[in-house]
Design a protein around this ligand. Sequence first.
Ligand code: CP
Length: 329
Amino acid sequence: MKPQSPVARPASLQLTPDGRLRHFLSIEGLPRALLEQILDTAESFANLGGPAVKKVPLLRGKTIVNLFFEASTRTRTTFELAAKRLSADVLNLNIGAAATVKGETLLDTLRNLEAMHTDMFVVRHADSGAAHFIARHAAPHVRVINAGDGRHAHPTQAMLDMFTIRRVKGAFEPLCVAIVGDILHSRVARSQIHALKTLGTGCVRVVAPRTLLPAEVETLGVEAHVDPETGLEEADVIIMLRLQRERMKGAFLPSEHEYFQRFGLTEERLRRARPDVIVMHPGPINRGVEIDSRVADGPRSVILRQVTYGIAVRMAVMSMALGTGTDAS
Ligand code: CP
C-alpha cells in the first residue's frame, strides 16, 4: 500500500448524502453541529451508571477490527473498551503476527477481514492518508475510524479533548487555549486546531520553538508564539505535546534538557496562565522534557480525565458511524 496525501475535501468521504457520519477520518471540513452531536452523544454515554459505565446493546451483532500498525496504549485500549460497552465483537489484529509481514498487501488483508463480516475498521498507521485510503477501498457497508495517521490527523483524540474542555469550562467562545510543543509533527495539534476553531474558541495559540512550528500556521486561524512567557499569558487551557522524535528527520532542537529549560511546563511558568487554568496532554507524557511532574500530577492537571472521557467519545463516534442512533438510555 502507498497511502496518498490526505484528500482535499475529507468531509465528502466522511459524510452520507444527508450529512450523517459515515467514516471519521479528520475534523477538517466537518460542520460544528456534527462535532456538537458527537459531544452530546458522548455526554449521554459518560452519564451512564456513574464511573462504572454499563453496557448498552447498540452494536450487538457488529464486528469491529482494531488495525494498529503503530504503537498505542490509550487509543487502542479505549477503542476496545468502547466497542465492548456497546456490545460489539472486537478483534485486535496483531500486526506483528499478521500475514502482512509475509508480503500480503493491506488491501488483501482488508478483503480477508471483510470476508469475516467486519462492520468497522479502527486504523492507526504511520503514513498520513492511510485511513482515507482504507475508507476509499472498503466495502460500502464498512465504516472506518482514523485512530491516528502520520502527521495528519487524530480526530477522536481531538474530540475527547474538546469533551474534556467543555465538561470543565463550559462554552468554547470565551476561552484562550494554548497548544504548546512539537506542533510541526503533531497530528493531535492539527485536529485540535480544527476542532477548537469549528467550535468557536475565542483564542487559539500555538507555542513552540520556530523550528517546530509549521510554515504559515497562522492561516489556520491561530496565534503563533515562539516565547512561552507570552504564549501562556492568561490562558484558560494549556495543552502540552511531546516531542515526536519518531517523526523528526534531522536536528530540530539542541537537547531535551535545553528544551525543558525553555519550553517545559513548570509550576513557575504555569503561573502566567489564569488561576483556574487546566493542563491537558494527549499522552504519552515525557516527564522532565515537556512537562514537570509537579504539574502533570498537580491540581490543575486533567490528563487522566482525558483518558477516561476517551471511552465515552469513542462510543459516540462508533455508534454514530454505524448509524445506531444516539439514545443510550
Ligand atoms: N494519545 C494517544 O494517541 O496515545 P496512544 O499513542 O497511547 O494511543
